[in-house]
Design a protein. Structure first.
Lengths: 305, 350
């Protein structure tokens, strides 16, 4: 009896250990054969920077504001491109998503004159929730009284803010860019190691291990369609002599996902469809794949991306 | 000696044979004797002449600053006269004394003639009715020299100027019923004063001449930051529908004092502290702003602020934006110090 109870209690632990062992053993090139999944392109996100804080705007002419917003947009796109490389940031171009970055008071309608000023990030686009927002501090409340610099120093300060310690890229991905659909399709790999094959190479989306993806499925069972949302962790690549044909392979991120995913591997392939893939936690690949957008030549400042 | 002999024989003869009185030269025979007439009529004339001299001295002293007014000097002159007279009595003989008296009589007598006295009195009256003066005394405690310009109200071409450290006396042409003058003394408000004959007029700086009012301009917190970022403060005078700039724009993070320096009331600091608390400023920033508001920068204007002037004060953001940041419009009062807050202006273009 005791032995049976012990086995029942420890069974999930053993499964988890086995899963983790399988993931560790998987390595960059796991034992998953070549995939015929066509390579997808990185999603495009249009970037727009706005100088919204009223007292800041008053210090500049209309032409200066236009210049700050145009060059600020380029700075933001460049810095995001250098740090969060799983999307393409475009400026002045059509894109399915729009990332609006506005420099405004933390609470524009709040009481008191001395207010903290920072960057408000908001994502617009199809199927994007209104809560896709985050905020970075630009100038804390205690620095409210500092003079507002001229155009060039202000752009330098904005640039420094995107490379400084207040730049919380993890929060940006978690709260905002996680709503950018990475792919509309991925292949299920039911056999061991069970997981998903994504239509990218690691370099395509500049993804390193530790990144967590969210995969949404549609499961048909008894004529009823049900949605299943699981989190997956980048584990390695499929085996292919042609590196450009290797694809990302992901396994369930946690034990809970492993248990929820288990029925999927036994369901007929035609009854399960992975419909959407999102990235919720991002670890950039340190391989120079995240390229900062080249700034115009008249932007003479800035640190390393 | 001959005269002594004659005079010695005379009384005896007159005593023995009284001779009828001889008619005096110029006196018709039979007319009543004029003995003692000259002496009795000279005294009041002498008094009248002395009074005229005293009046002239007083007038001169009052309006020109020239005259004998020192009691010691007057006493010394009297003592010298008495001593000279006594010395003359001791040293000179009777004949010399009579000769000196006759000479003195010849000298003074014309002045005592009625027409001469009348002319002298008339002349003094005309001068006293036509000329007067304005005296300006410096402020107690002194604030340096006075620089005064006096202009006749009805005739701006009639102008007198004076400057100096001590009391100033400015002779002026007036009429018998007085004349109005505009007094412009540097550092004080202009004033119109009626200068009458005889007494003139006297003004005491700081009492009769008021210092111009001062205005403390206190920019809002955002306006202070704009000034720190290169913004400017400009003062305008409203002249009907027109605005006339009162000086060059000032660019400095500070409050501003227009007019003579004045102490800022202590209660102002308490009120400002409340304002800063309501603005939710950090303590360090609030302390900084309090110090800036309490130590205003002096602003020199092209013309002094006068009570009744309508003033517009504007803080604008730096060029080229040049947006209106804070503004106040006010009428200059007569209070020594008025505090004017410059509140933010939310312009629709920004």
């Amino acid at each position: 009896m005791r032995s049976g109870a012990w086995s029942r209690r420890r069974a999930p632990v053993l499964v988890a250990v086995a899963g983790a062992l399988a993931a560790v053993l998987a390595g960059p090139l796991i034992g998953v054969g070549a995939s015929a999944l066509a390579a997808a392109v990185r999603p495009r996100v249009g970037v727009a920077f706005e100088l919204a804080e009223t007292s800041y705007r008053q210090e500049f002419s209309d032409a200066q504001i236009a210049e700050i917003e145009a060059r600020g947009t380029e700075i933001v796109a460049s810095r995001l491109g250098g740090r969060v490389g799983f999307v393409d940031y475009v400026v002045n171009d059509e894109a399915p998503y729009a990332l609006e970055v506005s420099l405004d008071a933390l609470d524009p309608t709040g009481l008191g004159i001395a207010r903290e000023v920072g960057f408000h990030f908001a994502l617009r686009g199809a199927a994007v929730s209104t809560g896709a927002k985050t905020y970075w501090t630009f100038r804390p409340r205690e620095a409210w009284g500092e003079p507002i610099p001229e155009v060039e120093p202000l752009l330098e300060e904005i640039d420094r803010a995107f490379t400084g310690e207040r730049a919380d890229y993890a929060a940006l991905v978690r709260s905002v860019l996680s709503q950018v659909r990475l792919s509309e399709a991925c292949d299920l790999h039911p056999s061991l190691p069970s997981g998903w094959i994504l239509p990218f190479t690691p370099e395509d989306i500049c993804l390193d291990r530790g990144s967590i993806l969210q995969i949404r499925h549609e499961v048909l069972s008894g004529g009823i369609s049900a949605g299943v949302v699981l989190q997956a962790r980048y584990s390695g690549e499929t085996v292919d002599p042609d590196p450009s044909r290797r694809r990302l392979f992901c396994v369930p991120a946690a034990e809970e996902d492993r248990q929820l995913a288990a029925p999927l591997w036994t369901t007929p392939v035609e009854a399960v469809t992975a419909t959407e893939v999102y990235l919720v936690e991002y670890e950039p690949l340190d391989a120079g794949c995240a390229q900062a957008t080249e700034l115009p030549t008249d932007v003479s400042f800035g640190g390393s991306p | 000696m001959e005269a002594g002999t004659q005079s010695g024989a005379g009384p005896s003869l007159q005593a023995s044979v009284p001779s009828p009185p001889q008619p005096q030269p110029g006196v018709p025979p039979g007319a009543p004797p004029r003995r003692e007439t000259a002496e009795t009529s000279l005294l009041p004339r002498m008094i009248a002449l002395v009074a005229l001299g005293a009046a002239a001295n007083l007038w001169s002293e009052q309006h020109l600053g020239l005259g004998i007014h020192d009691p010691k000097l007057l006493g010394a002159a009297g003592a010298a006269l008495a001593a000279g007279t006594g010395l003359l009595d001791k040293v000179a003989g009777k004949a010399e004394r009579e000769s000196f008296g006759a000479a003195l009589q010849r000298l003074v007598r014309p002045l005592l003639a009625t027409p001469v006295l009348a002319i002298l009195y008339l002349s003094l009256a005309i001068v006293a009715a036509s000329y007067s003066s304005l005296s300006i005394l410096p402020e107690s405690g002194g604030r340096g020299s006075l620089d005064v310009r006096v202009v006749a109200s009805e005739d701006p071409s009639y102008e007198r100027r004076a400057s100096g450290q001590g009391p100033l006396r400015i002779p002026l042409r007036v009429t018998s019923f007085g004349r109005a003058f505009r007094v412009e003394c540097e550092g004080y408000l202009p004033r119109v004063v009626e200068v009458g004959p005889l007494w003139g007029a006297r003004l005491v700086a700081g009492v009769d001449l008021k210092a111009p009012p001062s205005v403390l301009l206190r920019p809002s917190l955002e306006a202070l930051r704009s000034l720190d970022s290169g913004g400017t403060l400009t003062l305008w005078k409203r002249d009907g529908d027109e605005r006339v700039p009162l000086g060059a724009p000032v660019s400095q993070r500070s409050s501003f004092l227009v007019g003579p320096p004045r102490p800022i009331p202590a209660e102002a600091s308490t009120r400002w502290q409340l304002e800063l608390t309501a603005a939710r400023l950090e303590p360090a920033e609030a302390a900084r702003v309090l110090l800036e508001w309490g130590n205003p920068a002096r602003v020199e204007l092209d013309e002094p602020l006068l009570p009744g002037m309508w003033i517009e004060a504007e803080v604008r953001t730096r060029s080229p934006a040049n947006r209106l940041k804070a503004r106040a419009e006010f009428e200059v009062g007569e209070q020594p110090l008025t505090e004017i807050a410059l509140p933010d202006v939310r312009s629709p273009d920004a």
